[in-house]
Design a protein around this ligand. Structure first.
Ligand SMILES: C[S@@+](CC[C@H](N)C(=O)[O-])C[C@H]1O[C@@H](n2cnc3c(N)ncnc32)[C@H](O)[C@@H]1O
Length: 276
């Protein structure tokens, strides 16, 4: 079986293309008002993979999926939307579950790390949910799929610069920005942080200890005076070490979830705390 992602307006064109490719008996699923999924039976896994690849080469989001049985049950569990509080939800574009009532939905296409399911991603999404007030300029370092950039915009950020050192992550973020109608508010680049100018109200970096240590001077430089930096991707045992590399930023919060942790840091104005 293959699943082809379309909008309501694209259904006829996709159906006609599948027809040209010799695929019939297409079933259309409507998981939300605008999203349509065309499920097409294809005999054999390699034929299905080949067909999905052909459609992807034409710019469509197309994936193979199990026909039935325990593998389909596993697939359905794996594609369940993830909801964060009452303001944000994330799912794959090919998710067949009803998502019409989900709050602040973000859809993800193919490529790039991060579907919201990993603890380190969740720790930073929780910071975005707690701290984004609206109108912020955000820097997403190590954007992967762009899930943090997309979340920031969904929560009210004005603009996000998303950076990754892998071209496929940058491409995935750009595609996901278009998929969610956010390409006017998210700019993705492979540029090194040294080349990024200005300062940001919020900087998020789920890149692991080694990259945070390597990028620390840039992360500090790029944070605006009243901004906050949230980093993740390291074990609780190295939190203090990571925080030391980010001095003179001060640790504001530390969050631990199982084997993973996140730090939130900012500039603390000591003079403002001195008694007058
Ligand atoms: C764990 S993924 C995080 C993806 C997404 N931001 C999330 O939170 O789910 C880490 C990403 O950081 C990128 N990365 C690692 N080191 C980097 C560096 N020095 N500069 C830019 N990106 C980096 C990787 O390519 C990868 O896409």
């Amino acid at each position: 079986m293959i699943v082809v992602v379309a909008t309501r307006d694209e259904v006829m064109a996709v159906q006609s293309r599948l027809d040209d490719l010799g695929v019939g008996a297409v079933r259309v699923v409507e998981p939300s008002a605008d999203r349509r999924l065309l499920l097409a039976p294809v005999q054999g896994e390699s034929a299905a993979e080949h067909l999905a690849a052909t459609l992807r080469a034409e710019g469509r989001i197309a994936v193979t999926r199990p026909d039935d049985g325990p593998r389909l049950e596993g697939w359905m569990r794996h594609t369940l939307p993830i909801t964060f509080g009452d303001r944000l939800s994330v799912c794959f574009a090919w998710c067949e579950h009803d998502r019409s009532a989900l709050p602040g939905l973000i859809e993800l296409g193919l490529g790039g790390f991060g579907n919201g399911g990993h603890v380190t991603t969740r720790l930073l999404i929780e910071q975005l949910m707690a701290r984004i007030r609206g109108g912020e300029l955000v820097l997403d370092v190590g954007c992967g799929s762009g899930v943090l950039a997309l979340s920031a915009v969904r929560l009210g950020a004005s603009l996000v610069v998303a950076v990754d050192n892998h071209a496929d992550a940058v491409e995935a973020t750009r595609r996901n920005a278009v998929l969610n109608g956010m390409d006017d508010r998210i700019g993705a680049t492979i540029a090194a942080l040294e080349q990024i100018e200005g300062t940001y109200d919020a900087v998020v970096a789920n890149v692991g200890r080694a990259a945070i240590v390597e990028l620390a001077p840039q992360l500090i430089r790029l944070l605006s005076p009243n901004g906050w930096l949230a980093v993740s991707g390291f074990s609780p045992s190295v939190c203090s070490l990571v925080a030391e590399f980010l001095l003179p930023l001060e640790e504001l919060e530390r969050h631990v979830s199982g084997e993973w942790s996140a730090l939130v840091l900012g500039r603390v104005d000591r003079r403002a705390q001195e008694p007058t």
